[in-house]
Design a protein around this ligand. Structure first.
Ligand code: PMP
Length: 432
């Protein structure tokens, strides 16, 4: 008899696009979740170390979110932002309060892509230019303009584009000439590259859009303070800084609430974008900008579902839970436990070139004996970890980085159990 999963995978492949990535040789249908665990339709339980690409921020099926969503669904499903919407106003107030930006305004969207699109709309309009800067190896979404600022070509088919993008160095991608430099030299080289690129462009440049730690790019962490140095250069030219916090926001890095705060010296970004985790699975994102920048748009513009009563009520409950339970602090503590378990793999398991990241955002880079990227090995470890009962992700320009980003409520016991399974998977796959 055909299994439920195999049959669904066949139907999936028959009707959905070929370019829609699907994990695992035998894809799984995740049906239910609770806490840090999920169950598939065949009854297998997994410890979720990827949280649906960092969407499950607090915990699966968090009762407060479920209650807020059901209550709101029982009242009014959706009207439109043409009417007052209490959950949207309350969520925007909360986000503004947490933003660290002066005189902030918040616009709510349905996704990270829409948030970045909006940020580009704001920056290009405000600056009167469609020339933008982005980092090499970046990922910012899948729309026409967010793909146009996505440096990672695996995710960005080259195409005609509404913005002109120039790419600068700013991510410590292993194997590149800059990656091995000490922090200060790496930072100086990136700043020199920024100056160099600016020198080659003519006319106004609108903005630099960047992830504080590249997510899809493989959790490559730049030196703290790099963006403060970038900002000094940008400020001289009046160029705006957009920090894409879709993966790094809400305390994920443990040490800070926002990723940009590791670079705080020169002040906050002009625009921050967010999505994923704030909704704990609900499709909501947004943009925060200084009033002057946000209000520079001179046309009506609404997002029909952005900040709908249901998603806003759920996001607010999720955010309240995150803060009341200090899940940022938990990310720092449990992230350190996980690193304690995983760091030893470097040197012990030959394929593990590097374990890196911050808080509960941990990447493991896999290489062949000659040091070249080992994407097939990453695929095997993913399979092996699943067989052991742990779901992880992968990424990196070469697809050879394992990505670990569990819900921020991960317990110490779960961290140790997951690490044990993952290390066993690494050893087993590495021996083949
Ligand atoms: N920015 C970053 C840094 C992301 O990681 C992603 C999603 N992986 C996006 C933007 C796009 O978000 P969404 O898929 O919600 O449109």
């Amino acid at each position: 008899m055909t299994s439920t999963h195999a049959e669904l995978a066949k139907r999936h492949r028959a009707v959905l696009p070929e370019w829609l990535a699907l994990y695992y040789d035998e894809p799984i249908d995740v049906e239910r979740g609770e806490g840090r665990h999920v169950w598939d339709a065949e009854g297998n339980r997994y410890l979720d170390f990827f949280g649906g690409i960092l969407t499950t921020m607090t915990a699966h099926a968090l009762p407060e979110v479920t209650a807020a969503v059901s209550e709101q669904a029982g009242k009014v499903l959706h009207t439109s932002t043409l009417y007052l919407n209490r959950p949207m106003v309350e969520l925007a107030e909360r986000v503004a309060e947490l933003s660290g930006i002066d005189d902030p305004r918040v616009f709510l969207t349905t996704s990270g892509t829409e948030a970045n699109d909006t940020a580009l709309l704001l920056a290009t309009g405000y600056r009167g230019s469609n020339q933008v800067l982005a980092l090499r190896n970046s990922y910012h979404g899948r729309s026409f303009s967010s793909m146009a600022v996505t440096g990672n070509r695996t995710w960005s088919p080259t195409s005609l584009s509404p913005v002109q993008t120039a790419y600068v160095h700013g991510s410590r991608r292993r194997g590149t000439p800059l990656a091995g430099l000490p922090d200060e030299e790496f930072t100086a080289a990136c700043v020199a590259d920024l100056e160099d690129v600016l020198g080659q462009l003519h006319g106004n440049v609108a903005c630099l859009i960047a992830e504080p730690i590249q997510g899809v790019g493989g959790f490559a962490v730049p030196p703290d303070g790099l963006f403060a140095q970038f900002k000094e250069v940008l400020d001289r030219h009046g160029i705006l800084w957009i920090s894409d916090e879709v993966q790094t926001g809400w305390g994920r890095t443990g040490e800070h609430f926002w990723g940009w705060q590791a670079h705080d010296a020169a002040g906050p970004p002009d625009i921050v974008t967010f999505a994923k985790g704030i909704g704990n699975g609900l499709s909501i994102g947004g943009v925060i900008a200084r009033a002057e920048v946000m209000n520079s748009v001179r046309a009506n513009s609404i997002s029909t579902f952005g900040g709908s009563p249901i998603t806003a009520a759920g996001a607010l409950a999720n955010l309240d839970h995150l803060i009341a339970n200090d899940l940022q602090g938990n990310a720092a503590r449990i992230g350190a436990v996980l690193r304690g378990e995983l760091d030893g793999a470097v040197g012990r398991i030959p394929a593990v070139a590097e374990v890196r990241g911050k808080g509960l955002m941990i990447g493991i880079e896999l290489v062949h004996t000659d040091g070249t990227p080992a994407p097939e090995l990453a695929g095997e470890v993913l399979e092996e970890a699943r067989r052991g009962g742990v779901l992880i992700g992968k990424g990196g320009l070469d697809g050879n980085v394992l990505r670990i980003a569990p819900p921020l409520s991960l317990t110490e016991q779960e961290a140790r159990e997951g690490a044990r399974i993952l290390l066993a998977a690494l050893e087993k796959a590495g021996q083949r």
